[in-house]
Design a protein around this ligand. Structure first.
Ligand code: LUZ
Ligand code: MOS
Length: 761
């Protein structure tokens, strides 16, 4: 195996790296196609809201090479793909609710023919009123789910006792996932009416459940297989399911393999994105600049169906106070139904949207009071013992430690002075600096989802096969699973084979999401390896004829007794166990202990633990053009005891830059007709080599690490995205250095156009 053997001796390696750089990694489109495979394409609604009057697909159906055109009427099961709330048809019935909503499914002998067929389909849709603004939807009482309020203390009374009170509004934009591999699936009919589906999904079980529902068959008739996917970022947590359901439907009815991988343009048009939010806040401080009261209302733009919006909404409330200790908090969120594609999970899952509002409120308050933002943030940082608005008591808090280490290790004071001097000496170039603290809760906020399983086989030659519910999407979870199994058996990583994620080996999985995948699946895997090791230990006692209370250890592919190497290597031990008919397979299970949440009271202990960190971001703004660059981002992050520094560092850098993109460049634009104007990667700008910070310096906060984290290595997927929020405020501070009277709009993304307008406001 390339590269794996030597690298695995280190704590910083990625088993996929050699295959990525040599182009050998296998994605959905690399699954070899069977002879007779057909290709599907969706015909979707050209308007955002309306009543379907008439559909004529006869010309398309007559085209040579078109096999069938399916509508909702062909669905043998239920025409429903809604995950949380059943409010989303797979194929439209009488009404359409967004541009890009699937109406018909064309199946043809080639993709080219399917594309031609789409152009021959005629529809008449009577247009209805289109709403794209979440506030307008709210005032029309157009909601996707129940509004929620988290409350602690008595906020209204507390405002009366505040010396300073400020109110304002903010907004944050959507964000396109831009996973490198678009959505897609390949369905292959199997024995006795069952179906195998290769899917580019974060949630194999979600795909299985949705396909079974569409086909009207039990879940055991649908097998979903995922080797790895080319990025997800939340976009494939639930929104991979419809495409799988479509190919499953066609494959089931035609009894032929059917494949559909979306083109980028289709993917941009038809799939949901990060939720745009409009928000209102009220913040109250006492004489000592302690934040005493905070009130906020969040209007979430959910799009045309619920999808994961109610869960995203919940996490906005959980993270509404970010890293701050505020005794009186009252925050309300509304899940607003608009005529956009249903918005969905995106790294951070509503948390970033909530944090942007409190950071805006603090920035605004500091400005009004003419004190430094940093001072205000610092004065209000949380600490152990704090009761969070949702009832969880803060433990092992690293917020202050990260903050102060960040300031001292990166010499914040000197950096600030240098910036002041630079700004004095430059008229049209101004630098800005901002600190961004992050506190992010780890666990699915929906408690029942926090469980996982793993299947382990030790083969008679001493090699090991492992299966878990984790989906590799570039985040490095495969490497982490291999590390855990290798450590569990005391063998080298090259002895471990990680199997595809498959619903027949590991069932009822939660999606790979919520930063919790390595924790949940890793702990399940440890449970399985532990069971096998316990059985092997009995064999060791018999073979080596030693005392029952001897300390047996498996390491370096050898058996150690009381710390001394025995004459029994791993390979022989396994062989002996096999001959003694010992069970060398095990199924492991894990469900996060301690967590609970009562939605009727909106109180509980929903998170296994929190992840902390503080970033310092520095930018230079060109005050003639409104352009900006990021000079540096320096941060201290609480990894716990990182089990793989290369992978974890990659997650920090990627998350940070993705968050900065959301705050600065990435502008999802829909017009009032619900048309996506940023509908290609030419009009939607993601960060690149030139726009990424010139320097990223990540320091590891050395801590014990939390027992609830796998090998005490804390979850790292989502928390760093929120460091990117600091980008907004670094730019705002540079603008204020140019024009102290500038109006800061607290409207993200801070595109160069907005910067220019603010500079001269
Ligand atoms: N998905 C989910 C998530 O279903 N529940 C969550 O709490 C969550 N958090 C972050 C990302 N995805
Ligand atoms: Mo996610 S936003 O962890 O799929």
């Amino acid at each position: 195996m390339i590269g794996v053997e030597k690298a695995s001796k280190k704590k910083a390696f990625n088993i996929d790296a050699p295959y990525h750089v040599t182009g050998q990694t296998k994605y959905l489109d690399d699954v070899p196609e069977l002879q007779g495979t057909l290709y599907a394409k969706v015909f979707y609604s050209p308007i955002a809201h309306g009543h379907i009057q008439h559909i004529d697909a006869s010309k398309a159906a007559a085209l040579v090479g078109v096999v069938r055109i399916f509508s909702n009427k062909d669905i043998p099961g239920e025409n429903q793909v809604g995950g949380i709330i059943p409010d989303e048809p797979l194929l439209a019935e009488k009404e359409v609710h967004f541009i890009g909503q699937p109406i018909l499914l064309v199946v043809a002998e080639t993709e080219e023919i399917a594309i031609k067929a789409l152009q021959l389909i005629e529809v008449e849709i009577e247009p209805k009123e289109v709403i794209v603004d979440p506030r307008q939807a709210f005032y029309n009482e157009s909601l996707l789910s129940k509004s929620r309020t988290f409350n602690i203390g008595d906020t209204d009374k507390a405002f009366d006792n505040c010396k300073y009170v400020f109110e304002g509004t903010t907004e944050s934009g959507g964000q396109e996932h831009v996973y490198l591999e678009p959505q897609g699936a390949y369905a292959i009919p199997q024995n006795r009416g069952s179906m195998l589906i290769h899917s580019s999904t974060q949630g194999p079980t979600a795909v299985q459940r949705t396909c079974a529902r569409i086909l009207g068959v039990p879940m055991n008739q649908v097998e979903v297989d995922v080797n790895r996917i080319g990025g997800g970022f939340g976009g494939k947590e639930d929104q991979a399911s419809p495409w799988a359901a479509m190919v499953a439907l066609a494959a089931y009815l035609l009894q032929k393999p059917v494949k559909y991988i979306l083109e980028r343009k289709e993917d941009l048009q038809m799939t949901g994105k990060r939720h745009p939010y409009k928000s209102e806040y009220k913040i109250g401080l006492n004489e000592d600049l302690r934040i005493i009261a905070y009130k906020a209302t969040f209007f979430q733009n959910g799009g045309a169906a619920a999808d994961l919006s109610p869960a995203v909404l919940e996490r906005t409330l959980f993270h509404a106070t970010n890293s701050y200790a505020i005794p009186n908090v009252n925050v309300t969120a509304h899940c607003c139904k608009t005529h956009l594609p249903p918005n969905t999970a995106f790294r951070g899952f509503g948390g970033p949207q909530g944090m942007f509002v409190i950071e805006s409120a603090i920035h605004r308050a500091a400005r009004e009071l003419n004190v430094s933002v940093v001072e205000l943030q610092e004065k209000n940082l949380m600490a152990d013992g704090l009761e969070l608005p949702y009832g969880q008591i803060v433990e092992e808090c690293q917020a202050q430690k990260c903050w102060h280490q960040s300031k001292s290790n990166f010499d914040f004071k000197q950096a600030t002075q240098e910036i002041e001097i630079f700004n004095q000496n430059n008229r049209y170039l101004k630098k800005g600096i901002a600190l961004m603290p992050v506190c992010f809760g780890i666990s699915f906020t929906n408690t029942p989802m926090n469980n996982a399983r793993a299947l382990v086989h030790v083969y008679s030659d001493g090699s090991v096969g492992i299966s878990t519910g984790a989906v590799e999407m570039g985040q490095g979870v495969s490497t982490k699973m291999i590390q855990i199994a290798a450590q569990g058996f005391g063998v080298e990583a090259d002895k471990i084979k990680l199997e595809n994620t498959n619903t027949t080996r590991v069932a009822n999985t939660s999606p790979s999401a919520a930063s919790a995948t390595a924790d949940l699946n890793g702990k399940a895997l440890q449970d399985a390896t532990r069971q096998i090791v316990e059985r092997l230990n009995v064999v060791v006692l018999e073979e080596l004829k030693i005392e029952k209370d001897a300390d047996i250890q498996l390491k370096n592919e050898w058996v150690y007794v009381n710390g001394v190497q025995s004459d029994l290597p791993w390979k022989d031990l396994v062989q002996k166990a096999f001959l003694k008919r010992v069970n060398l397979s095990a199924k492991g299970h894990y469900s996060t202990p301690r967590i609970h949440f009562d939605k009727t009271k909106e109180k509980g202990h929903p998170f296994a633990y929190h992840v902390y960190g503080t970033a310092i971001l520095t930018t230079t703004v060109d005050c003639l053009r409104g352009n900006y660059e990021f000079d540096s981002v320096r941060l201290v992050h609480d990894f716990g005891a990182s089990m793989n520094t290369a992978i974890d560092l990659g997650q920090i850098e990627g998350g940070l830059v993705q968050g900065m993109g959301w705050m600065t460049l990435e502008d999802v634009v829909y017009n009032e007709k619900g048309e996506l104007k940023s509908n290609s990667l030419a009009t939607y700008k993601v960060p690149d080599y030139y726009t990424a910070p010139k320097e990223i310096d990540v320091q590891f906060l050395e801590t014990e690490g939390n027992e609830m984290a796998i090998l005490k290595s804390k979850a790292v997927g989502e928390p760093p995205l929120m460091y990117g929020i600091g980008a907004y405020f670094a730019i705002a501070n540079a603008i204020l250095a140019f024009n102290p009277k500038a109006t800061i709009p607290y409207s993200a993304p801070m595109t160069t156009e907005k910067v220019l307008l603010a500079l001269y406001s």
